[in-house]
Design a binder for this molecule. Structure first.
Ligand code: PHE
Length: 377
């Protein structure tokens, strides 16, 4: 709580500075950007991370002065209903030109129909569930989808970890968890693997001993947990106590500093997929890492990089629309994006308005996670 409170204070202070600064740039063409993110609630770490990258990009763009990003941030509180309300407010009251967010797929899925009905472009930097962009032609994303993420993780389990028996632990009400496990299950079976058990939990659960005890009796060689860091971190800690043998593998939902804090000694030796690694030696990535580190005093997560890309992407779309703010023009510019060079990779949107990009596999360690390999689509 205290940590979140402090993070929010830092964010509002920086936001205040950038707003004051951009007031002097009124001559530049202006894009009104509505941002909705989980700044509080059980996935607040996602909001803080994405917004840290966004804020950095907004400040850079406004300082350069060619265009002005007028950003309005709404907290979606890690909840689908609040996500829908936040987007209603951004569109109906603030009259934004474009909406960016959110992170958890269930929340973006709750908000997207509102943007689609209002015909205002909504682009998510991080929601990976395939259904998100099926909400309509005004909905897009600059990240890969879970069909790719799930099948890459199944291949990693089978080919790299040499596992033939997997258990799946599902967050039962999460669109993300459902979709990612479906993709994993399909590919793992196609490769000749067996799913020895599937168990589930509810978002917010803290005690996973009954699920872990059941898994232990089935002796899987990997435990696939397509969930978010708060539950996964607790699960890892309890798995060590209950002597459940991993490794655990999971997707981008693990990406938060809190994962290791919650897991304690249980963090050692697991694997997850992410959108970006700060260890990437690409000069553009390293330039971003250096700038981010000097500002935030830590390495950027994949979500920080996606947030940074989302703002620059919106500015590029604005430029490609001749600096006009009409929603249809912005939507068409988004949907015809080809080879936009992001920090998280090249962005080309396909006919379903999804990006095809590589992912990275990260190995978790007590002293800091390590880049393991890159997987091309
Ligand atoms: N992909 C996750 C989802 O769709 C959200 C997420 C993205 C979490 C990136 C962490 C990092 O729910």
């Amino acid at each position: 709580m205290v940590a979140n409170f402090r993070k929010n204070l830092v964010i509002s202070a920086i936001l205040a500075v950038s707003t004051a600064f951009s007031a002097s740039l009124s001559a530049a063409p202006t894009l009104k950007v509505g941002i909705y993110l989980p700044m509080s609630g059980r996935t607040a770490s996602f909001g803080a991370d994405v917004y840290s990258g966004m804020k950095m990009a907004i400040d850079e763009i406004n300082k350069a002065g060619k265009v002005k990003i007028n950003a309005i941030l709404e907290d979606e509180k890690s909840e689908p209903t609040d996500s829908a309300n936040a987007v209603k407010k951004l569109i109906n009251i603030d009259k934004v030109n474009i909406v960016l967010g959110s992170v958890a797929s269930s929340n973006t899925n709750a908000a997207a129909p509102i943007a689609q009905a209002a015909k205002i472009p909504l682009m998510t930097p991080a929601s990976t569930n395939p259904n998100v962009t099926k909400n309509g032609e005004y909905i897009s994303r600059i990240c890969f989808i879970d069909d790719f993420q799930g099948s890459a993780l199944a291949k990693f389990a089978k080919n790299d970890l040499k596992a033939t028996k997997a258990a799946i632990v599902l967050d039962s009400a999460s669109d993300y968890s459902q979709g990612l496990s479906a993709a994993f299950r399909k590919e793992f079976k196609a490769l000749g693997g067996e799913i020895v058990t599937e168990v589930s939990y509810q978002a917010g659960d803290q005690d996973f001993s009954s699920q872990l005890t059941k898994i232990r009796t089935k002796k899987p060689e990997v435990i696939f947990v397509p969930g978010y860091y708060s539950e996964v971190g607790n699960m890892m800690r309890q798995a060590t106590k209950l002597k459940v043998k991993g490794p655990f593998i999971g997707g981008d939902g693990w990406s938060a500093d809190e994962l290791a804090q919650l897991a304690g000694d249980g963090i050692e030796g697991h694997f997850y997929s992410a959108h970006f690694s700060h260890e990437d030696t690409d000069p553009a990535v390293q330039g971003f890492v250096k700038k981010y580190k000097s500002l935030m005093k830590k390495n950027p997560s994949d979500m920080a990089a996606l947030g940074y890309d989302a703002i620059y992407f919106a500015a590029d779309v604005f430029k490609r629309n001749g600096f006009k703010t009409d929603a249809e023009g912005l939507k068409n510019a988004i949907n015809t994006t080809k080879n936009y060079p992001g920090i998280t990779g090249n962005i080309t949107l396909d006919s379903d308005r999804n990006a095809t990009k590589p992912l990275v596999i990260i190995a978790t360690h007590k002293g800091g996670h390590k880049f393991k390999q890159r997987v091309q689509p």
